[in-house]
Design a protein around this ligand. Structure first.
Ligand code: SF4
Length: 370
């Protein structure tokens, strides 16, 4: 697992909201003190502002954060990211109190697909397999067979037997990338998109590349320009993949096509290198709802708890655990409901009869190959 461990002596000048460094230094110390008293762990997504990344125990992408949340022994998980991530954390580790600094930190992409739309597709495609990006609500995950992140989407799709049609929700661009990588024709792509990534436009990328011919161009698969520039990208990577790549690459300049919050971590980890955002507008308003002030308030008041109805969580966990079983085979026994979590291709599920992948009476069947 690749994850950044943040000390408490990180940079003070880091918020993207222009606060005074001294204010952040004091606040960060108070947050760390309080987190220790509360036995809380602070998790930050790579897109969070620098002040939060510096105060966090761990910074990572969705997959690493989910994995961390699943295994932490802290009493409280203060999740600095967006709502679906905190939902995933609480489902993976239901005995912990999971808090968010701001409950309005949602996700425009996650809101683009609803559970009833998936149920309708299933009625029309009874043999189909639904793969949902982790950027979905628990209610959508509960209707899905497999979950994925941008790190493992290709491996997750490759785990589905080739003769099964797949519905990939909700990100059209990640789905396009997966379709190209797997060379699989029977994938239906939902037409969802992330507004922060679709403002990254080919013209601006072309101009940057022309001005910086030695720069490496790294692209996140959610990018709207992906369909036109997939072949031009030096690397198409998840956020964690990007963080790792820029450390290891001998290149000195990088054009980064994803949400701008990640540049803070890259610059901090690699002070001698230059990082150029592929768009000055690639900024997620939901991620930015979290601030270090709200993190502090959250630890003081223990607000805002994120809970998922246990019956819904039981169903939503299955695609998540199947995903974790593909990425981290040793992880499955660590979380609730694990007895049913297996990749769809695991031998014990390869039966000629339909295999139920859902909890409850209205289960949908996925026929596994004999
Ligand atoms: S960057 Fe896009 S996909 Fe990520 S939380 Fe924001 S709206 Fe959702």
């Amino acid at each position: 697992m690749s994850m950044q461990t943040n000390g408490t002596n990180g940079h003070a000048m880091n918020g993207r909201n222009g606060h005074e460094p001294a204010h952040y230094a004091r606040l960060k110390d108070a947050v760390r003190r309080l987190a220790k008293e509360r036995h809380a762990v602070i998790l930050a997504h790579n897109y969070q502002e620098g002040a939060i990344q510096d105060a966090a125990d761990f910074t990572g992408d969705s997959l690493n954060l989910a994995r961390y949340a699943q295994t932490t022994e802290a009493d409280i998980i203060l999740f600095c990211g967006v709502h679906f991530m905190a939902e995933t954390a609480t489902m993976l580790n239901p005995t912990k109190l999971v808090l968010m600094p701001d409950l309005a930190a949602g996700c425009a992409l996650a809101d683009m697909v609803a559970p009833e739309q998936i149920r309708r597709w299933r009625r029309e495609h009874p043999e189909g397999v639904v793969v949902c990006y982790i950027n979905t609500s628990a209610a959508v995950k509960a209707e899905s067979d497999l979950c994925c992140t941008s790190t493992n989407a290709v491996a997750v799709v490759e785990s589905v037997p080739a003769d099964h049609e797949i519905l990939f929700v909700p990100d059209y661009y990640l789905g396009t990338y997966v379709k190209a990588k797997t060379k699989r024709e029977n994938i239906r792509l939902w037409k969802g998109y992330c507004p922060a990534h679709t403002v990254i436009l080919p013209g601006r990328v072309d101009a940057l590349r022309e001005a910086h011919p030695d720069a490496e161009f790294l692209m996140h698969p959610e990018c709207g320009c992906l369909t036109k520039q997939m072949d031009l990208a030096d690397q198409i990577l998840s956020t964690e993949g990007m963080v790792r790549y820029v450390k290891e690459s001998p290149a000195q300049t990088f054009i980064i096509a994803t949400e701008q919050g990640i540049l803070y971590r890259m610059r901090k980890d690699n002070p001698g290198k230059t990082f150029l955002p592929a768009s000055d507008y690639a900024s997620c308003h939901y991620m930015q709802r979290n601030t270090l002030d709200k993190v502090f308030r959250s630890l003081v008041t223990l607000q805002y708890p994120v809970r998922v109805d246990p019956a819904l969580a039981e169903r939503a966990l299955r695609p998540i655990e199947r995903m974790l079983a593909i990425s981290y085979p040793e992880s499955v026994s660590k979380s609730a409901g694990s007895s049913t979590a297996r990749p769809l291709t695991e031998p014990s599920m390869r039966r000629s009869s339909p295999v139920s992948t859902r909890a409850g009476g209205n289960s949908t069947k996925v026929r596994a190959p004999s």
